[in-house]
Design a protein around this ligand. Structure first.
Ligand code: ZN
Length: 266
């Protein structure tokens, strides 16, 4: 599932087209669908949480978000995208060296002035993968609603940017916190230190991507995520799960925890 570490890895992969000039290409989604991108050189790729920023040399930036379904694909010179994938293209950039970059099924495609990027991202909390990470700011934002469930508070990108459902469930387990524990009953500073360390590890170490247990065997890569009904890797108690509907119209999100390692605290 795309989380901050996924987008960080994606940006690292996309940096292979930094410096390339768009020969032909356009936006096929978002408010500016149909706008040509031809003539622009890609200066670089940045991320903030799960948001990807593609900077061009004409003072503009392409802001995209993967949500659950989006992806980026680079095709080599002379190669085509399969027809079914081409239908989902929201961004196309054919470069002067023959390669083509495709943004597929992107739910957010926004072409803005680079000077406006801070405004576009203003709602987001500090990014766990940025250096330096402003942990004090994130802790203040989390403390502003002390009675909120820690799981929901960590998923809220306005508090801290980069954690999705996988990381939040795993972090709650590792800190021994039931997902419904109020924020003010949790050691938020320790939680943020752990979150940053694990996300950085996942984002930068080959083969460590979204492995939280250090074990790479199938079914043992996560402490609780995807393990409902199976024995907790630490204590043997059966892991439990439920589905939470957080917003009307949004698909439910699964919550997993070990009832013994993560007792309820009110
Ligand atoms: Zn357990």
């Amino acid at each position: 599932m795309p989380e901050g570490d996924s987008v960080h890895r994606l940006a690292a992969r996309l940096r292979q087209v930094d410096g390339a000039v768009v020969l032909r290409g356009e936006l096929r989604g978002g408010d500016a669908a149909g706008r040509s991108l031809a003539g622009r050189r890609i200066l670089g790729h940045d991320t903030h949480g799960k948001h990807l920023l593609t900077r061009f040399d004409d003072g503009t930036t392409l802001h995209t978000h993967l949500r659950m379904q989006g992806s980026w694909t680079l095709t080599a010179a002379g190669r085509r995208l399969p027809v079914h994938a081409a239908r989902d293209a929201r961004v196309r950039m054919a470069f002067d060296d023959g390669r083509t970059l495709w943004g597929l099924s992107l739910p957010v495609v926004e072409h803005v002035a680079t000077a406006d990027v801070p405004r576009v991202l203003a709602h987001l909390g500090p990014d766990l993968l940025h250096d330096p990470f402003d942990a004090a700011d994130a802790a203040d934002r989390l403390a502003a609603r002390p009675d909120r469930a820690v799981r929901a508070a960590l998923l809220d990108q306005r508090n801290v940017a980069g954690l999705g459902n996988l990381w939040v469930n795993e972090l709650c387990f590792l800190r021994g916190a039931h997902p419904d524990t109020p924020v003010d009953r949790v050691d938020v500073d320790a939680l943020l230190v752990l979150a940053r360390r694990m996300l950085l590890h996942s984002a930068t170490v080959p083969a460590a991507y979204q492995v939280t247990t250090g074990r790479t065997r199938r079914g043992e890569r996560h402490w609780v995520v995807g393990r409902a009904g199976r024995p907790c890797l630490r204590c043997g108690t059966a892991v439990v799960a439920r589905d939470d509907v957080e917003r009307v119209g949004s698909p439910p999100r699964r919550v997993w925890w070990c009832p013994r390692c993560q007792p309820v605290v009110r």
